[in-house]
Write a protein that binds this ligand. Structure first.
Ligand SMILES: Nc1ncnc2c1ncn2[C@@H]1O[C@H](COP(=O)(O)OP(=O)(O)OP(=O)(O)O)[C@@H](O)[C@H]1O
Length: 853
């Protein structure tokens, strides 16, 4: 996620939530990469070679690069072309990957209901890592950990270039090396989508305007890194134990790291200069034209001890619905969220219990051999109980027809809470009905004109996010708008579909809620909960030291862990954890956002509860077991070694990034930051994490960081059971995972100063203030035509969008249950700067006290 550098346009928009720190502090920021790592850097394999030949090129990375830089706007096909180049021969080519993915998901979900139960030992609740008394499980020492991680004393030296951070004037950011440069693919209007025939300011041209604005600030981009495409890593970068340099192709093996500055001889002059220039800006958006198709390998689970391998007997005959996140219990979550929530169903020989019983402890299963072992599984949305009620309701209405009883009576006497009942089937398009999240959403009830722009909150790689108010309700939302032409041009269609899928599927207190999504002729819209506190990164920056105390870091990292656990449970790998992508809710709790780099594991498995009734834990690692993907995605300083190596990565990357995040929260900089991208990657691969000695960080905290930053992903904390491994680490000993939402957040965001409020501005102008004091007229002039179009176009419903439209899989839909938790626009409110006040209810001594709501 980006920070918005306040530029010459700052008179038009305030910064990202307008935090009160200096702009200079924010100048350099991180970059997310997303690319297929150059094949030449992967260990050669049969499939890869095949893929290369499928690409019809002896120098596939260069050709792909050329393709990417080819300004050919014949965009609809190019994405599939690329897919063809990447999918190894023998692997079924994905002709409609997005629909296929959602179809797969629904197939998976359908399967889950029928699926035989895995071999699980069961406890009485789905609570993952708490023992029966609610206390965390003891933390087992792993004998397989690298010896280095136990060397707690070696903290005086801060190796590599990281030391320069301590010496520098600020401990603050230095993530992106330089001012980003314009993506080379921005082309004049009219070259984009064939649909984009209207205003020249819409679509690509409009985006060019956006990107111009971004020129003076650092970017979050998903980029193909030409550094990898043509050069590779220095030999010393591969000195770590897992990398075998002999497997590098000759074209990418270099004797000397200086060669890294030199593009390969095979490059054409043009490409040479391109790569060379790009190298100068290796981590910013000159690298932006990416290939969105992921190369995915699904490996057979070879672990014979894996209870989920092979066929499993069908066990329970009914289901018990349990909350996937024990943290829901007693949380401040609105009850409306629960019914829609994907739930874990414990299949066993119980009677059906409704989801409303989920707060009460589940009865102890009769442990009776295999038959007594329940299985946890995910269901998309509609709990069985709701189905049962519908049937009941239906029967009741039949009876009414025969004069036996009334519908309302049947509802009253229903054992299920009445608000769970949908008496009428909501309108849903055929496309929406096919989605896994279909029961959460209905036909869209809003459109672009339903919203009034208040201000620009920020803009990322491809999207612009506005604070808007819904005209009808005055409720505030964050409306993320993407130009279709831009998405097509830059082959981001899959990304936006993935983002919609994840947002729509998720229902978690620490993941931003999607209320509506819709499309118009030229734009795609995601209407999300407005996180008034803005980016957590901003909050960090407002601190003098740019860092927070250990206890506060524990708070944030526990919430992040819970959110990642949930994503993994759903089969998603987040892949872009960093402070910019963590937003702060008005309550001060975190909200994970920006899922366009996330990926869903293919053939995801059901989570499993392991252990005994006394010490159970939820194995979420199993959900994406065997899934590896080798896109080059993430943010430079947060990239895990396996991502840099390009040999494929798993959900373990999220635990690596958690380690970096905790480190950054505590010290104000990341542990492997180098002077340039090359050096950073080298540090990631080679260096052990070291800690500045001027910091009072506990041993358990350092131990946690070290374990999360184990370079060998199979030894990294989280590699055994996923989040449960992390949750039971001593660092989190005091955390009550089931009550996270009731913790007092360390920082409470507040809107303090006036920013630019377009609503007020427009009203003023309507009130004969056109000449406008304070240069307001100038500001209005800068409200671009593009923005007008964004808020004027008509919504295109699913059924209107033809099957061959590249966005036909993007659903126009509205959340069934609007929780009404969103802030309400108030004329007197300020929508400008945010300040973060330390929470008075929380201190070092009481930070783990919980408050009642
Ligand atoms: N729900 C929200 N509430 C408040 N602000 C938000 C919200 N969503 C996004 N923003 C702001 O908008 C900015 C851009 O959003 P986001 O990063 O999701 O866009 P993006 O195009 O996906 O960016 P990226 O390049 O990081 O992918 C964020 O930095 C954040 O400040």
């Amino acid at each position: 996620m980006d920070t918005l550098q306040v530029t010459s346009h700052s008179n038009l928009v305030s910064g990202n939530n307008g935090t009160s720190h200096s702009n200079e502090e924010l100048r350099t920021r991180s970059v997310s990469f997303s690319k297929l790592i150059a094949r030449s850097f992967r260990k050669p394999s049969g499939t890869e070679n095949e893929a290369e030949s499928a690409a019809g090129s002896t120098s596939p990375s260069l050709n792909r690069k050329q393709q990417r830089h080819n300004q050919n706007p014949a965009v609809f096909d190019s994405e599939n072309e690329d897919a063809g180049a990447q999918v190894p021969t023998g692997t079924p080519k994905e002709t409609t990957p997005d629909s296929q993915q959602s179809e797969k998901l629904s197939v998976r979900l359908r399967k889950m209901f029928k699926k035989p139960s895995p071999d699980v030992t069961c406890e009485k609740s789905a609570s993952p890592s708490l023992n029966s008394s609610g206390a965390p499980l003891p933390y087992p020492e792993s004998p397989s950990l690298e010896p280095a991680i136990f060397q707690l004393g070696n903290e005086g030296t801060h190796s590599g270039t990281a030391g320069s951070y301590r010496g520098s004037s600020s401990l603050g950011r230095g993530r992106s090396p330089s001012t980003p440069i314009m993506p080379s693919h921005i082309v004049p209007a009219g070259n984009g989508s064939p649909r984009n025939t209207r205003s020249p300011t819409a679509g690509i041209a409009g985006q060019a305007v956006l990107n111009d604005r971004r020129n003076t600030r650092s970017d979050t981009v998903r980029s193909s890194n030409p550094y990898f495409a043509c050069q590779g890593l220095p030999p010393h970068a591969f000195s770590s134990q897992e990398f075998d340099p002999t497997n590098m192709s000759s074209s990418t093996r270099h004797e000397d790291s200086t060669i890294l500055m030199t593009p390969p001889a095979s490059s054409s002059t043009g490409m040479t200069s391109y790569f060379h220039n790009s190298y100068q800006n290796a981590s910013n958006k000159s690298l932006n034209d990416i290939n969105e198709n992921e190369e995915v390998e699904v490996f057979k689970n070879t672990d014979p001890s894996d209870p989920t391998a092979g066929n499993k007997p069908v066990l329970g005959k009914s289901s018990i619905v349990a909350a996937p996140m024990p943290s829901y219990a007693g949380s401040s979550l609105s009850p409306q969220l629960f019914p829609e929530n994907p739930v874990i169903v414990v299949e066993q020989n119980y009677e059906i219990k409704s989801k409303f019983d989920e707060m009460s402890p589940l009865p102890s299963p009769q442990m009776n051999g295999d038959a007594a072992k329940p299985v946890l599984r995910r269901v998309a949305s509609e709990p069985n109980a709701l189905q049962a009620v519908k049937e009941q309701t239906l029967k009741a209405s039949h009876k009414t027809a025969n004069g036996y009883s009334s519908l309302s009576n049947s509802v009253k006497t229903s054992p299920i809470a009445p608000y769970a009942i949908e008496l009428e089937e909501p309108q849903r398009s055929r496309r929406l009905r096919n989605k896994s999240f279909s029961s959460k959403f209905k036909e869209v009830i809003v459109g672009p004109t339903s919203f009034e722009k208040i201000k620009l909150l920020g803009q990322g790689d491809v999207g612009k996010v506005y604070l808007v108010k819904e005209r009808k309700t005055n409720r505030l939302y964050a409306l993320k708008i993407f130009s279709k032409a831009e998405m097509i041009k830059r082959k981001k269609i899959k990304r936006i579909l993935a983002e919609q899928e994840i947002l729509a599927t998720s229902n978690h207190p620490f993941i931003v809620t999607l209320y509506h999504s819709f499309q118009s002729e030229d734009y795609l819209y995601l209407c999300m909960e407005y996180c008034m506190g803005g980016e957590f990164f901003r909050a960090l920056q407002t601190r003098k030291t740019k860092c927070i105390e250990e206890d506060e870091a524990r708070f944030y990292s526990s919430e992040v862990t819970a959110a990642i656990e949930y994503l993994h449970l759903m089969g998603f790998i987040y892949r872009d954890l960093k402070p910019e992508n963590i937003l702060l809710h008005k309550s001060g709790h975190i909200m994970l956002s920006d899922f366009d780099l996330s990926v869903q594991a293919k053939d995801t498995k059901d989570p499993v509860v392991k252990g005994s009734a006394q010490s159970s834990l939820l194995d979420t690692k199993i959900c994406s077991d065997g899934f590896r993907t080798n896109s080059f995605v993430g943010t430079e300083e947060y990239l895990a070694p396996e991502v840099i190596r390009g040999n494929g990565h798993t959900a373990a990357v999220d635990w690596w990034t958690l380690g970096i995040l905790i480190y950054e929260m505590l010290f104000g900089f990341t542990p492997f930051k180098g002077d340039n991208t090359n050096r950073t990657f080298s540090n990631v691969l080679k260096n052990d994490v070291t800690f500045p000695n001027n910091n009072e960080i506990s041993r358990s905290c350092k131990d946690l960081i070290r374990r999360l930053l184990i370079k060998n992903e199979s030894k990294r904390l989280g590699s055994k059971f996923g989040a449960s491994d992390i949750k039971k680490h001593p660092f989190f000993k005091k955390v009550q995972w089931s009550l996270l939402r009731n913790q007092e957040p360390p920082l409470i965001p507040a809107l303090t100063e006036n920013g630019y409020d377009f609503t007020r501005l427009t009203n003023n102008l309507k009130g004969n203030d056109k000449g406008g004091a304070n240069g307001k007229n100038t500001m209005v002039d800068e409200v671009t035509e593009q923005e007008k179009i964004m808020f004027e176009e008509k919504v295109e419903r699913d059924d209107i969008v033809s099957d061959d439209d590249p966005f036909h899989d993007f659903n126009s839909m509205s959340l069934m249950k609007q929780d009404n938790n969103s802030l309400i626009y108030g004329d007197q409110n300020s929508y400008g700067k945010v300040s973060y006040t330390p929470n008075q209810n929380r201190s070092r001594s009481n930070s783990h006290r919980f408050f009642k709501r």
